[in-house]
Design a protein around this ligand. Sequence first.
Ligand SMILES: [Zn+2]
Ligand SMILES: [Zn+2]
Length: 249
Amino acid sequence: MTNNERILLEKLEKENIESLSKRGRGTELEKYCSWIGISKHGTAREKAIRLLNWYDSNTYKERLKKYEHLKLKINIKTGTHGKTVRGSISQYLWLKKIRPAILTKYNYKCSICGFEPEESERKQLHVHEIEEYDFDQDICELKGLELICSSCHSFYHLYRSYSVTTKAQMDELISHFTRVNEIEREEYQEYVRLLQCSWRNESIKSIDEQINKGYYDCDKIVTFKISYAIPYKEEVVKQLKKKGLYIEN
Ligand SMILES: [Zn+2]
Ligand SMILES: [Zn+2]
């Protein structure tokens, strides 16, 4: 075994072997192998090494480039335990001031697919918070607010969507995705698999770190930065400061 393979195997053992064996060891590995189109022959260990080499090879990054131009993209990154600016300010400020301002700014239309619901159906338009996280310092940076429809929004929080929709609903959403992007269903599936590879690859590197640093502590205090001229920014900052949750840029 080469040194590289040994390191890869250690990573796999730490992260996954246990859960893989619980789910019937080989099958899960084989599923991954066929997804990305590599050989699924041999022992679980051989498959794992092949798989991990592939993850490390950057092949998926090359293939992901094909999807860079998509209008509607998928976001699978995890956030700061659901701690957001929206959840940390008064609902009055969010619903009665900021949301209407964003609705007007975007002309009551989804900024991705252009969907424009009837006035009575405007709840189908969501204000999405564009965020970036600094996990080392537990800072969530609000980088903008975007008006998007509930269908487009589902793809910005894909793992959540999987857990709250039925199969039929998810199917509808995928149709929306392929329609907006003018791609085939097979391409959608490939795109998701490639993202899963990149997500997996990143998480293999960071899970140990995260556990060591206590990132999984949900009681952790997250502070906010706002690097964008959102409506009523002063009021938002004032409310966050009052709670000691604001960091100057
Ligand atoms: Zn939309
Ligand atoms: Zn969102």
